[in-house]
Design a protein around this ligand. Sequence first.
Ligand code: GAL
Length: 333
Amino acid sequence: MKQATFLILSAIAFLSCTSPKQEGALFLYNAEDPYVAVFGRQIQMESGPLLEIRSYNAQNSQIIQNETIETEVGRAGVMIINPVDRLGAYSIIRRLRAEDLPVIFFNREPLAEDLALWDKAFYVGARAEQSGRIQAGLVMELFGGDPGQLNFHDLNGNNVIETIILKGEQGHQDAEIRTREVVKAFADRGFRLNILITEVANWKRQEAYEKMKSILTQYDGTVELIISNNDAMALGALSIMRQSGFFRDDNGDGQISDDDETWRPVVGIDGIEEAQEMIEQGYMYGTVLNDSQTQAEAIVDLAKVLLNGGDPETLKYPLEKGKYIWIDYKVFQ
Ligand code: GAL
């Protein structure tokens, strides 16, 4: 009898010393998106042994995402959601509020009025305005920094930069704001752009490749700059340009760089591995790091606080308006 009591007491003591494993669920809008796929893995890596995060791929369908969220209601203690459609967040928030389930959105920002519906709804992301401005800064530097006297990258010497813009998904805050802000940043500094065409390629490499193929037949000799809302589309543009005779080692110095005649500046946003490699090899001019590693850390820290009923205001990342954690973009060149 004494022995049994001892065993029970030791079991209770053991259980109270070890925190039980906690569960969360992660919903990606589309695991085929190279930036989001890496982001998802970073969240998993950050979660550590005491937090199990089950991951779901919505394959770009809000219906699939809603169904998978439903399967996790009553199982996961926190939902981490990259919505397919930012407006779809409205019904998700109301559903999770009814279940008293905390939710962290990331990468696609819900409307402020929807986030306001639920105390335990948060957003972790980066400010799209910032990425557009950093991107413009990179290009202005390349063209010599003086709007009144552009350098040799202004191929026809008209002091205007003949530009192609590759845009992400229509209506996505990153696509709309990046496009608006990059153009505005040039104008604010007195640089003149002649936007030959703005093509929507939905964040996708293949789509950008196809679009760029027809752009080249139309504007081939005139293009002086390609601004892309993300790296995947920039890489698509780069590959068709290489196939079409751009980016040759014209001066025979054994490397590809901006002093080769067929080199053209292509700038992206995200900092995915392949873009980093293209920059190192001299093909791509630069990108803006959309710091998913730090965003993943902030998401997981917030998730743990929410699971333990803690106060999100005590996190190392400042919580703005009780709802938002913003992580800075960084230059990558
Ligand atoms: C953006 C990113 C894009 C794409 C998009 C998906 O922040 O720059 O490459 O992943 O998110 O929502």
